[in-house]
Write a protein that binds this ligand. Structure first.
Ligand code: PXL
Length: 280
């Protein structure tokens, strides 16, 4: 991280770097969640903080399914109290929201977002998590749409989330993805970066950025046809990092797309059945 040291009496003061917060789950192997967000912030020269919302432990004995444990809402509120007291809005103006996971967590986080407004709220609308009961997941999806989506200033839905948030029952082309992104923009007022990823046919991984009058298709050659873990978290965290460093939404989207594409190329392999984005 590049910071300029300033000598001040008996301690070395440093010029303030850009700051960003992630409110996200922990995925222990480092393939998703807060671990990915913090690596991304660091790679982009942004000082990162994290308030954990849940602990996800994959189960290698059960097809790497998700074991999901929510963090107690009071503990989430405590973490956010410490962070927002240490860093006032002028210093910490950008937050990224990842997996919340339960209606109680969503209530807690939405309250903090309303009480202490952030200039920029980047929402990665993680909707379902394998290992959660479908009934509970539906309540969670609804709560996210009702309480958090309206507070977001930038949303990064994947293919499935774009269908769910827009109400469209299929997205098969770039035109469909653009229509979904426009609908989500109308619903939320936020800038939207809808991700086609490997779910749209063709040689390129295509995302669509929509913000008011701007519609821009961002594309990069696909790196294989299999999704890599951590790509969604990396993209949203990179958007947040670029916004924290002063970029506008479209510039942040373009830079984040380049960053995640490079990270997918530099993927990390392990004994788990998925590769992981490697932030460079
Ligand atoms: O990629 C979605 C995601 C986000 N956050 C956490 C996760 C996952 C998927 O596994 O575990 C903590």
């Amino acid at each position: 991280m590049q910071v300029t040291p300033i000598r001040c009496k008996d301690r070395i003061m440093t010029a303030t770097p850009a700051l960003a917060l992630t409110i996200a789950g922990s995925e222990a192997t480092g393939g998703a969640g807060a671990q990915v967000d913090l690596r991304t912030f660091q790679a982009l020269d942004v000082f990162g903080m994290a308030a954990l919302t849940c602990i996800v432990s994959f189960d290698p004995k059960n097809a790497w399914s998700h074991r999901f444990v929510p963090v107690d809402p009071q503990v989430i509120a405590d973490q956010l109290e410490a962070i927002t007291t240490a860093y006032p809005p002028e210093q910490l103006s950008v937050t990224k929201i990842g997996m919340l996971g339960t209606p109680a967590t969503i209530d807690t986080v939405a309250k903090v977002l309303r009480d202490r407004s952030f200039q920029q709220v980047v929402l990665d609308p993680v909707l379902i998590c394998k290992g959660q009961e479908p009934g509970a997941a539906l309540d969670t999806d609804r709560a996210l749409q009702t309480h958090v989506l309206p507070l977001a200033t930038f949303v990064t839905p994947n293919h499935f989330e774009s269908m769910s948030l827009s109400g469209m029952d299929k997205i098969e082309t770039v035109e469909d993805l653009t229509a979904a992104a426009k609908r989500i923009h109308e619903l939320s007022g936020a800038a939207v970066l809808a991700k086609g990823g490997v779910n749209l046919p063709g040689p390129d991984a295509v995302d669509v950025f929509v913000d008011g009058s701007i519609v821009e298709v961002l594309s990069a050659p696909k790196v294989g046809e299999v999704a890599v873990a951590g790509a969604g978290c990396t993209l949203a965290a990179a958007v947040a990092a670029h916004l924290a460093r002063g970029a506008g939404p479209l510039e942040a989207a373009r830079s984040a797309k380049e960053f995640v594409t490079a990270g997918i190329r530099h993927r990390l392999q392990s004994a788990a059945p998925f590769d992981v984005v490697l932030q460079k």
